[in-house]
Design a protein around this ligand. Structure first.
Ligand SMILES: [Zn+2]
Ligand SMILES: [Zn+2]
Length: 286
């Protein structure tokens, strides 16, 4: 598998160890590194451009875009969403198979006309519209294992049956128009969560047969995090293996991990390189 890493340099603590913590991974021939922003580098060495205004309008209202501008995070939000969109385009063109996207701001609380919870633009939402328009991709799945409900992503695709959205969160079980909430208790074990993924997510994805899979991955449900539901750090490694396996089976391994919630620097340092290793080691299915 060819793996793209889409990097976003942001001030703050959680990603402070990156990209240094990717040492040994970046040197591999099948791993490609693209970065969006780094103040001390010359502009010509940025690999990723901000999202265009026209692209934003496919998902967000002009009023909402203006509100993000007034919030003072506009450029960062554009570059952050850009990683997901460029990852999708490179997969669409067959340049890479899978990707890990470092975001400064998450996706899933950003809706058509609202935002919150540290999310401004819905990168996966915009990426899906771009894949439709430019690459003829028709069926998409987004899975969401951040601890919180993805109200933004749900609203963006509420009326769209060709996007399967499976959200593991505190909401009761619910399903409408291929938007699915799967209830996760506020106290859960790794084993029970993984069993739920095998029983509820895998069969759904097999039936739906998406051509590409997005994974809104947050680690805020880990013990000691702000969304603590009792998960161990190792849970995320096991879940990555599960999701990779299903992506290999149903969509030739085309799969994008989008970093969502989580705040701890030590967890980011521990988990992200291991998850990228799993992506990079995936064999290309025949
Ligand atoms: Zn969250
Ligand atoms: Zn939900």
């Amino acid at each position: 598998m060819r793996t793209g890493i889409f990097f976003y340099y942001q001030e703050g603590n959680r990603l402070r160890d990156f990209p240094n913590a990717l040492e040994g991974i970046l040197e591999r021939e099948s791993v490609f590194f693209y970065d969006a922003f780094y103040p001390s580098k010359p502009a010509s060495s940025f690999d990723l451009n901000p999202v265009s205004y026209e692209a934003l309008l496919q998902v967000h209202t002009s009023e909402m875009i203006e509100e993000v501008r007034r919030a003072g995070v506009f450029e960062g939000a554009l570059l952050s969403a850009s990683g997901t969109i460029r990852a999708a385009e490179k997969i669409g063109r067959g340049e890479i198979d899978n990707a890990f996207v470092f975001t400064g701001y998450g996706d899933h609380h950003a809706g058509p006309d609202f935002f919150g919870g540290g999310c401004y633009f819905n990168g996966a939402g915009i990426a899906i519209q771009e894949l439709r328009k430019g690459y003829g991709v028709k069926r998409f799945a987004i899975i969401d294992t951040d601890a919180h409900h993805g109200d933004g992503t749900w609203e963006v695709f509420r009326a769209d049956p060709d996007v399967l959205y499976v959200c593991f969160c505190g909401n009761p079980d619910w399903e409408e128009n291929n938007k699915v909430d799967i209830h996760v208790s506020h106290r859960i074990t790794d084993d029970i969560y993984l069993e739920m993924v095998r029983k509820t997510l895998k069969p759904r994805l097999r039936r739906f047969r998406p051509e590409i899979l997005f994974w809104n991955w947050g680690y805020d449900g880990t013990k000691g995090e702000y969304g603590d539901i009792g998960l161990s750090p190792h849970f995320h490694i096991l879940l990555t293996k599960e999701v990779k396996e299903i992506a290999d089976e149903i969509c030739r391994g085309k799969f994008i991990i989008v970093l969502c919630g989580g705040s701890r620097r030590d967890l980011a340092h521990h988990l992200i390189p291991r998850m990228i290793e799993i992506l990079a080691e995936a064999k290309r299915p025949h």
